[in-house]
Design a protein around this ligand. Structure first.
Ligand code: ZN
Length: 369
């Protein structure tokens, strides 16, 4: 193997088994010249100052690793803006760090130190040194399926694989069409929400349900009409989606089939058995999908970071027991890191490094007193 190429910035978010010695050991084996392991506390700081700090730590060396422990999402987003393809984000599974931002930001989700962690670190040093696991490829399929969705409420994807890792079906949250499956771009008739209504049907439905509930309260003198009118004036966007009870979330009223349901239906349409299969989802499954996955005979469910609600886990505790269905957060190379770490793109990263250094330099000049 050749030695580590160019400059790489590795951002470890809270909970990652940091093991300073571990990183140094791996970097040394990778032949990195100049390795810094440091903690960064830059919440609210200007990006230019942060970049200047990184530049100083690097000491102008183009061939080195900088391993930073970062403690807030803003910092990681800022670093990604400047360093783009040179930044690798390592997240911990079941991390307490959850700012509600979209998942799939990180390249690696790690759970344990040891051999597995070595594999990730080796890949960061030599993209293409390992191939994907069956789980990593399946999650990549799920992420690809996710992008098919045209919904404005958040795209979701799912993949179902058999025991050998072969793909059975994928699904995304989208409206079903006559004859089976869901609408595609380019279909002769487009019945998706955006094309047919110009708005998200489920959101409109839950707003209607919410206002009906307020009317019911006003009629029984449990709420003043003035308050009801004030809420009505706020409009549909005032609904705090994540705080609403399930019945008002419009799940049962929306037209979309959820990603997991779509994958199950795809298998059913084609007569493929799902007993003993594995499910991969780009977000924790909702109550509706979890019960369908369990009922379909799926044995393991892995989801990208995000948190499965404890209520959900408790409700299906009978099925989610140790000898039943396994529901856990995905660990491994994420769909974000998949192409970068398994594709051999080293020729391209040289140009990226050069561009990034120029941007970095320009930002440092701006921040100079
Ligand atoms: Zn669902």
């Amino acid at each position: 193997m050749t030695s580590v190429a160019g400059f790489a910035l590795i951002a470890c978010t809270p909970g990652v088994p940091s093991g300073r010695d571990h990183w140094l050991d791996i970097a040394k084996r990778a032949g990195a010249i100049g390795v810094t392991v440091a903690e960064v506390h830059s919440s609210g700081s200007e990006i230019a100052h942060l970049v200047a700090d990184i530049r100083a730590r690097r000491g102008g060396r183009q061939r080195c690793w900088l391993v930073l422990t970062v403690s807030d999402p803003v910092t990681v987003r800022s670093l990604r803006t400047v360093y783009g393809g040179l930044l690798w984000q390592v997240d911990a599974a079941d991390s307490s760090w959850n700012d509600g931002s979209p998942v799939m930001g990180g390249d690696v989700v790690t759970k344990v130190a040891g051999d597995t962690f070595d594999r990730y670190a080796t890949l960061l040093a030599w993209p293409g040194a390992h191939g994907p696991t069956a789980d990593e490829q399946a999650m990549y399929f799920a992420a690809a399926a996710r992008l098919r969705s045209s919904t404005v409420r958040g795209q979701a994807g799912a993949a179902l694989c058999d025991e050998t890792g072969d793909l059975i079906a994928v699904g995304s949250n989208e409206v079903p069409r006559a004859g089976g499956g869901q609408y595609w771009d380019g279909d002769p008739y487009d019945g998706r929400d955006r094309a047919r209504f110009g708005y998200d049907y489920a959101t409109a439905a839950r707003w209607g349900d919410f206002m009906d509930t307020l009317d019911w309260l006003v009629e029984r003198a449990m709420l003043s009409a003035a308050v009801r009118d004030a809420i009505a004036a706020l409009g549909v966007n005032a609904l705090p989606g994540d705080r609403l009870p399930q019945v008002l979330k419009g799940e049962a009223r929306g037209r979309n089939i959820h990603a997991e349901e779509a994958a199950i239906l795809s298998a059913a349409r084609r007569g493929v058995r799902l007993g003993g299969s594995r499910a991969y989802t780009t977000q924790p499954p909702c109550h509706l999908c979890l019960r369908h996955l369990i009922g379909a005979g799926v044995r393991t469910i892995q989801y990208l970071p995000g948190r499965a609600s404890q209520d959900l886990v408790a409700r299906h505790g009978d099925a989610l027991r140790s000898d039943g269905v396994s529901l856990e957060q995905f660990t491994g190379i994420t769909p974000t890191g998949y192409e970068r770490l398994f594709g051999r793109l080293s020729g391209r990263t040289a140009g990226v490094a050069e561009m990034t250094m120029l941007l970095e330099e320009s930002l440092c000049r701006q921040s100079a007193p």
